[in-house]
Design a protein around this ligand. Structure first.
Ligand SMILES: Nc1ncnc2c1ncn2[C@@H]1O[C@H](COP(=O)(O)OP(=O)(O)O)[C@@H](O)[C@H]1O
Ligand SMILES: [Mg+2]
Length: 273
């Protein structure tokens, strides 16, 4: 059972290539994310969402400001960024080891951490795969299963390390609509069970409102927070929710805010990333 951590982003700024072209990707961006909150981040392409995720993950330093996890400084200009097993990233283009079976992939993290024996890690992997509806393909290799199953296996692999924070960068972008709804259902079940803090980036506003406790709509680059939508729809959620007036009204509010920023980005000449 993992327990989420609270993330505090305080006036975070990031300039790429400060001595050359100087791309300002984040400009004094502040965000408070509570323990176990399901946060979804939406905003125009190229606004700085991945930059923020990478800073939280510890993949690069900030140019200004700080990021804290449960009150502990993770990142600041004077502190070299460092990834940690308390923050696990699931990328857009998956990264399962093709030479390992699915369960071996999921067991890899706990075994590498040295916290579990091989047998215990296998038992944990099988239970995580069951929660993601993947028991039947535990002995298959990543190349033998569908892309929707691979994405779910990656989430099972991330959760096996019991991270405080699960960071997902458009994880279901390449999935067709039906496969995506299946992936949502399993992700929600795992979230309801383990309650990690989730930081989930997407372009899909239906996905955003359906999954989130809170949606952060970002401004066009440099990213700052334009609007916060509290999604108080009850959990567990299922697809009947999409027809409810509460859902429809949140979805419309989210779309208006994103559209306004996307139009600004378009006139500023940003391109699809
Ligand atoms: N390594 C990098 N070097 C220089 N510029 C970058 C780098 N990574 C991203 N950028 C620029 O920073 C801005 C924000 O990028 P990103 O965070 O990937 O946006 P998003 O994820 O919202 O689409 C974009 O203008 C992008 O071109
Ligand atoms: Mg991105």
């Amino acid at each position: 059972m993992s327990v989420g951590g609270a993330i505090s982003v305080r006036e975070a700024s990031k300039i790429y290539d400060p001595d050359g072209a100087g791309v300002l990707a984040l400009d004094r961006c502040s965000m408070e994310i509570g323990k176990g909150e399901f946060t979804v981040v939406v905003g125009p392409s190229g606004c700085g969402k991945t930059t923020l995720l990478n800073a939280i993950a510890g993949f690069h330093e900030l140019s200004g400001g700080e990021i804290y996890l449960d009150g502990r400084l993770l990142s600041s200009p004077s502190r070299p960024a460092r990834p940690g097993s308390d923050r696990i990233v699931v990328f857009q283009n998956g990264a399962l080891f093709p030479w390992m079976t699915v369960w071996e992939n999921v067991a890899f993290g706990p075994m590498a951490q040295g916290t579990l024996s091989k047998e215990a890690a296998k038992a944990k992997a099988l239970s995580g795969l069951e929660a993601m509806g993947l028991s039947l393909i535990a002995d298959d290799y990543p190349g033998q299963i569908s892309s929707g199953m691979r994405r779910r296996a990656e989430i099972a692999r991330a959760m096996a390390c019991e991270p405080k924070v699960l960071l997902l960068d458009e994880p279901f972008r390449a999935l067709d609509a039906l496969t995506k709804t299946v992936a949502h259902q399993f992700l929600m079940e795992v979230y309801d069970r383990d309650r990690p803090t989730v930081f989930f980036i997407t372009h899909d506003l239906d996905e955003a409102v359906f999954l989130a406790s809170k949606v952060f709509v970002m401004t066009t680059r440099p990213a700052g927070v334009k609007k916060i939508l509290e999604v108080t729809l009850p959990r567990p959620r299922d697809y009947r929710l999409l027809a409810s007036p509460e859902y429809q009204s949140l979805r419309a509010e989210c779309q208006d805010a994103v559209r306004e920023e996307a139009l600004k980005a378009f006139s500023a000449g940003e391109r699809e990333m």
